[in-house]
Design a protein around this ligand. Structure first.
Ligand SMILES: [Zn+2]
Length: 316
């Protein structure tokens, strides 16, 4: 890391208050996540959220539910979200120095650092805190720069794209999970093709061949010959945030964001395992909408479920 870890004062305080509250209420360790972004190799922490579900929680150790971490990670667009974690050592009264990075703490950090270098680990006794990153050989303490005003502005550039294609394919008879898997592969390869001729403007990405007329997210399956005709209409408003100046980085972020959205809608819109296509004359799934809401601290993805998710008509 070339510079310090940047931490907004309100996030720093939120982590410590959470730790102190849990220590007061139950004497147990508290865990939470640090939210923000990376600029180069430096983490910027703008917000902190407490874990609400634990696999186990005691005075000398705790493990957060990994599903909650995954749910939080999914709520943010690419390059924004979890940049570290915090936890507490609520035993200030038992030792002269309760803030240290234990072997267990380092194992946890090492697993996260394998996903992202300079992933931060903040340890607090509820009154003060220290920050660590993982390096070969163990934890290294880094000095945080606590900053009053910290925002994404000036650090990340924002890019939109207009994405409303209809994707049609014909499939041999399969189940709904098979249809969804085929669509994943198709959208992924279409995206690769479209991106080869994409151009990056000052605030938007032009994806020729991915525009179109679709005005909502919908999956339609009808019998066709011995198999199925499948049509996936997409109306997405992807928003990505990129720190680098490199167009390739913008395109990579946009590709992954669009694919994230499509997979989220396909798997969230309905449960493929609960619907049988056997004898179906028409199956329609409204997949809801996904929008990025630019909050005061960090942009967040909001999913709106459809009023009526699926309609299945069988042959009489
Ligand atoms: Zn610890």
């Amino acid at each position: 890391m070339t510079g310090p870890a940047h931490v907004k004062r309100s996030a720093w305080r939120a982590a410590m208050h959470h730790a102190a509250d849990v220590a007061r209420a139950s004497g147990r360790e508290a865990i939470g996540w640090l939210l923000g972004f990376f600029e180069g190799d430096e983490p910027y922490v703008l917000d902190a959220v407490p874990a609400t579900r634990y696999q186990h929680q005691s005075r000398y150790g705790a493990v957060a539910d990994p599903a909650e971490e995954a749910e939080i990670a999914m709520q943010y667009p690419r390059n924004v979200g979890i940049v570290g974690l915090y936890h507490s050592h609520p035993f200030r009264d038992e030792t002269r120095h309760a803030i240290f990075h234990s072997t267990t703490d380092d194992a946890t950090l090492k697993s996260r650092a394998s996903r992202r270098e300079n992933y931060l680990s903040l340890v607090t006794d509820g009154r003060s805190a220290e920050c660590f990153v993982h390096r070969e050989g163990g934890p290294v303490e880094v000095s945080p720069a606590i900053e009053e005003d910290l925002s994404m502005a000036g650090h990340l550039r924002k890019f939109t794209a207009s994405v409303s294609p209809s994707v049609s394919l014909t499939l041999a008879k399969t189940d709904l999970a098979g249809v969804v898997a085929a669509l994943e592969r198709r959208v992924s390869s279409d995206l690769d093709r479209v991106l080869r001729s994409a151009s990056v403007g000052s605030a938007s990405v032009r994806l020729d061949g991915f525009g179109g007329e679709a005005h909502r997210n919908r999956l339609l399956i009808e019998p066709e010959g011995a198999g199925y005709g499948v049509e996936l209409s997409l109306h997405l408003e992807p928003l990505v945030f990129v720190a680098g100046k490199d167009d390739a980085e913008v395109l990579r972020a946009m590709r992954n964001e669009i694919l994230d959205d499509v997979l989220f809608l396909l798997w969230r819109g309905f449960d493929p395992a609960s619907v049988s296509l056997e004898g179906a004359e028409r199956f329609e799934a409204n997949l809801g909408t996904l929008r990025v809401h630019e909050g005061s601290l960090l942009p967040k993805k909001l999913y709106r479920a459809p009023k009526r998710a699926t309609v299945l008509r069988r042959r009489a």
